[in-house]
Design a binder for this molecule. Structure first.
Ligand code: PLP
Length: 263
């Protein structure tokens, strides 16, 4: 009989197109050699052209999923994706008080790349006050930075400033992803723990198919945290993983195709 691999829980929404959300998380976790588990927060109606609607899972059912897997199977690391509402965030925070989940990655998903909103406006405060102080790492892109801090990041110096502002909200580490800084010839992500800035540079691919890239990165990082890696090592692994996944993205439908988490 084989030995169970490390176990990672994703607390996220479903993408019916299979490109992003918990489907991307499970693909990534499998590719990274860990066991993936899901606490489903919302079911989106989605294809390569965008999200046309979603329904939220009742908050107590989200909490019950987290507690069910944590009390039996065990959770070596957890990550969040689409959380939809303040009530779901409150339920997640409550569940995290009752069970152990190990390192906790918060990907503050607010909207899809097509601009479809995936988080209620009044949920930003719950995200900042209830989940950030519990987070080992938060992984905002620049749109999410603007929503969370009001800062409009236009340069690498702005990225550092944003990392400081977000760190003051309570997470151990912040990763400000620079992928949306289009006039930067390289793709710089800034990692910060309150004392040291670590800059991670990667190539910028001029590609159309990047659906699910944020989910894929956060899951790859969580897979390494579950193995006991420290945050800088897990983030370096995640960055390497997402670069390969973007390079292997493929077209689907008539819109935007997904990155392909191949190791
Ligand atoms: N749908 C779901 C359920 C998601 O969780 C996410 C991102 O986390 C998206 C869609 C958006 O992905 P993208 O911004 O890559 O389109």
């Amino acid at each position: 009989m084989a030995v169970a691999p490390p176990k990672v829980l994703t607390i996220a929404g479903s993408d019916s197109g299979g490109g992003a959300g918990l489907q991307a998380d499970l693909r990534t976790l499998f590719a990274c050699g860990v066991h993936g588990m899901t606490a489903v927060t919302a079911v989106t109606v989605q294809n390569s052209l965008g999200v046309t609607g979603y329904t939220e899972i009742p908050p107590e059912v989200v909490a019950a999923q987290i507690e069910a897997v944590a009390t039996d199977i065990g959770v070596d690391a957890a990550k969040t994706g689409m959380l939809a509402s303040a009530a779901i965030i409150e339920a997640v925070a409550g569940a995290l008080d009752r069970v152990r989940t190990g390192p906790f990655v918060v990907d503050p998903v607010a909207a899809s790349m097509h601009g479809n909103q995936l988080l209620a406006d009044d949920a930003l405060d719950a995200l900042r006050t209830l989940l950030f102080p519990r987070a080992t790492l938060v992984t905002p892109n620049l749109d999410e930075v603007r929503l969370l801090t009001g800062l409009d990041v236009r340069s690498r110096a702005d990225q550092r400033k944003a990392a400081e502002v977000l760190h003051a909200m309570g997470p151990e580490w912040v990763l400000v992803k620079g992928g949306h800084l289009w006039d930067d010839p390289e793709c710089l992500d800034v990692l910060y723990d309150g004392s040291e800035f670590i800059e991670l540079l990667g190539p910028r691919y001029d590609v159309k198919h990047t659906h699910g890239s944020g989910d894929t990165l956060a899951s790859a990082i969580a897979s390494q945290l579950a193995r006991g890696a420290d945050v800088p090592a897990a983030v370096r692994f995640g960055k390497d993983f997402i670069v390969r996944s973007v390079a292997a993205a493929y077209p689907l439908g008539s819109g935007v195709g997904p990155v392909s988490p191949l190791w």
